[in-house]
Design a protein around this ligand. Structure first.
Ligand code: A2P
Length: 327
């Protein structure tokens, strides 16, 4: 059975199911990684203002577009960036999107996401991503108004600065509130998703509301430095995943990526290693059977296996009315 490489968003635009994740990618490695990804057939690059590497992403895209052998138009590449938590105030959406576009050296992005539902205030400068109050605590913004913010997001589409808009790390109730007032509904919700934490309820909710999901951390994010108590999924050497990978003569990473593609979930494995970028991108030549998909679905253990908890550890954030998750 052949698998489409793109899905059609509610905005009418096509989005590639496979993208290159760029969180924690060192800028000095990233331009070459983006080029390698585009060479390997990726047509979707996911970055964020907060990653502090948009210049490198932009350079990689431009280097690739300018290559004599490849000469590809901008419209063939799907570029995603995100509104930082310090930009979640009236006027901040346009201000920060324009900053991102300048760094990316692009006229528009394909998708602009609100990075996280809780805003921070009082940034002293552009790179002050977690501003602190006088007691050294992260300065949470209790005045963030998602409805006002969403109206500004819609304006970004009207201005032609982004083709589509969406959210990241939101819960279903927060999305519901946006859907109730949206002139342009959120097209995408990006959250952590991997085999042990498949977000099945959120998937159902998003599907019912014509919102595509993007899975970040699909490999279990093995390279991350995490505090001792954090849950560290061991997916790349999981016995079941290995058995399925061996059966198809592919790597476990390819199975972890292909699974989401077959579920029509956009997936953005991160790598700056050319070889791994190529392997991760080589997921179109095999098909997981229904039984294999069922078996992999059975690995889901739910929210206990959420591994991205760094935001939840910010003192006071779990008491914030817009804190998206229980834990
Ligand atoms: P590297 O950038 O050195 O390749 P996730 O997308 O789940 O957050 O995982 C990203 C992490 O997984 C990075 O540390 C990345 O390291 C590593 N990684 C990416 N692809 C592979 C692969 N095919 N095999 C093993 N590790 C990988």
């Amino acid at each position: 059975m052949s698998q489409e490489k793109s899905v059609k968003l509610s905005s009418g635009h096509m989005m590639h199911l496979l993208g290159l994740g760029c969180w924690q990618s060192p800028p000095e490695e990233l331009s070459a990684a983006v080029e390698a990804a585009l060479d390997a057939g990726y047509r979707h690059i996911d970055t964020a203002y907060n990653y502090l590497n948009e210049e490198a992403v932009g350079k990689g895209i431009h280097d690739w577009m300018n290559k004599a052998t490849a000469a590809q138009p901008r419209k063939d590449i799907f570029v995603v960036t995100k509104l930082p938590m310090i930009g979640m105030y009236a006027g901040g959406v346009e201000e920060y999107l324009r900053k991102s576009l300048k760094k990316l050296n692009l006229d528009y992005v394909d998708l602009f996401l609100i990075h996280h539902p809780v805003g921070f205030k009082g940034a002293a400068h552009d790179k002050d991503l977690m501003p602190k109050d006088k007691n050294g605590m992260v300065n949470l913004d209790y005045g963030t108004n998602h409805i006002e913010l969403w109206k500004e997001m819609e304006k970004m589409v009207d201005l032609g600065l982004t083709k589509s808009i969406g959210v990241s790390n939101f819960n279903a109730n927060q999305i519901r509130r946006l859907l109730a007032i949206a002139r342009i509904p959120p097209a995408v919700q990006q959250v952590e998703m991997h085999l042990e934490f498949q977000q099945l309820e959120l998937q159902k909710f998003c599907q019912e509301n014509n919102i595509f999901m993007t899975a970040y951390g699909p490999l279990g994010s093995p390279g991350r430095q995490l505090p001792g108590e954090a849950y560290k999924p061991q997916l790349l050497n999981n016995a079941l995943v290995k058995m399925i990978a061996d059966h198809h003569k592919v790597t476990t990473a390819q199975v972890l990526i292909r699974y989401w593609i077959q579920r029509n979930v956009v997936v953005i494995p991160k790598s700056t290693n050319k070889g791994r970028i190529q392997v991760n991108g080589n997921v179109w030549g095999f098909h997981l059977s229904e039984q294999e998909m069922e078996a992999l679905l059975g690995m889901n253990k739910g929210p206990a296996c959420r591994s991205f908890r760094q935001m939840s550890r910010i003192p006071g954030i779990t008491d914030h009315v817009e804190c998206p998750f229980d834990s």
